[in-house]
Each structure stands twice: as structure tokens, then as C-alpha cells.
Design a binder for this molecule. Structure first.
Ligand code: FEO
Length: 177
């Protein structure tokens, strides 16, 4: 059982995570057409991770016996100035998501909702990792500057990113990663 305010807030977070997936899919597409296949891979992996974040929330709201409410996902921007521009926007977006997760935790605490507090701890840890990843890549892109050779070296490195998050949610999203 969830407080209605908590259920509404979790449903809003499903939408934010789905928008995150959509934003990174757009960045993957832009990277691909810019010839940066490794960046395209990195953002495609991120798309899967965000879908998983949304589906974990979806499953939790369902298991608590509340209605899942799926809202409109706004269209992400389609064009970006550079790889650095994409990662700067990614970090800004993740900082916004971190704030929204912290607000969910504040609400769970104020409602004395222990189950949701435990559930949200996973997201709080995840956000530290997400921001760290973005900061690391931004630092590398700043060192690279206008050097296309160095950019292609980083592209090759990002091509190696993979994920083991579930992509089949027929049995829910709570399987071990
Ligand atoms: Fe689901 Fe990147 O936060």
C-alpha cells in the first residue's frame, strides 16, 4: 500500500526515466549519423539502463497494488553541437534526475513509508555512478578539445561499453542484473 501522493510521485518518475531513455536514444542516433559509432553504442546502452530504471518503478507501483499511470513522453532534441555538448546535457539531465530521486526519498521519509525508502536506495546509489560516468567522459572530452584523432580513440573505447540490465520484462524488472 502506498500513500496516494507517493504513488503519484513514483508514476511521475516512471515518465522521467522514460524521457531519459528517449533522450539518450536521440543522442545515440545523432552519434551514429555523425560517424561516432562508439558514442552511439554508449548512449544505446544508456537507453537500455533508463528503460530498466523505468520498469523497476513500474513493477514496484504494480506490486504495491497501485495504478501505473503512463503519461506523454516529450520529444527529445534531435541535434547536438558536439560530443561535449551531448555529455554536458547528459550530466545536467542526470543532476535533475538525482534531485527528483532525492525528493522522492524526502516524501517517503515524510510519509514514514519504509518499503519505498528501501526501494529508492538503489536509485540513490545509481545516480552517484551515473554522474561519475558523465563527469569522467566530460573531463576526457575537454582534454581532447578539437583533436579528431583523440576523439576517435575515445569513440573506440566507448564502443566497448555493455550492460547486463534485463531487457525482457515479461517476468517483471526485479531480476538480478
Ligand atoms: Fe535513470 Fe540516468 O537516471
Amino acid at each position: 500500500m502506498l500513500h496516494q501522493e507517493m504513488a503519484n510521485a513514483l508514476n511521475k518518475q516512471i515518465n522521467r526515466e522514460m524521457y531519459s531513455a528517449y533522450l539518450y536514444l536521440s543522442m545515440s542516433n545523432f552519434s551514429d549519423k555523425s560517424g561516432l559509432k562508439g558514442f552511439a553504442n554508449w548512449f544505446m546502452v544508456q537507453y537500455h539502463e533508463e528503460t530498466y530504471h523505468a520498469m523497476k518503478l513500474y513493477g514496484y507501483v504494480q506490486r504495491q497494488g497501485e495504478d501505473v499511470v503512463l503519461d506523454t513522453i516529450k520529444a527529445p532534441q534531435a541535434e547536438f553541437k558536439s560530443a561535449l555538448d551531448m555529455f554536458t546535457l547528459t550530466l545536467e539531465h542526470e543532476q535533475y534526475i538525482t534531485t527528483s530521486i532525492n525528493e522522492l526519498m524526502d516524501l517517503a521519509i515524510s510519509k514514514k513509508d519504509h518499503a519505498t525508502q528501501i526501494f529508492l536506495e538503489w536509485y540513490i546509489t545509481e545516480q552517484v555512478e551515473e554522474e561519475e560516468n558523465d563527469n569522467d567522459i566530460i573531463a576526457q572530452l575537454k582534454l581532447i578539445g578539437d583533436n579528431p584523432h583523440a576523439l576517435l580513440m575515445l569513440d573506440r573505447e566507448l564502443a566497448g561499453r555493455s550492460t547486463n540490465v534485463p531487457t525482457d520484462f515479461t517476468k517483471g524488472a526485479e531480476q538480478e542484473e
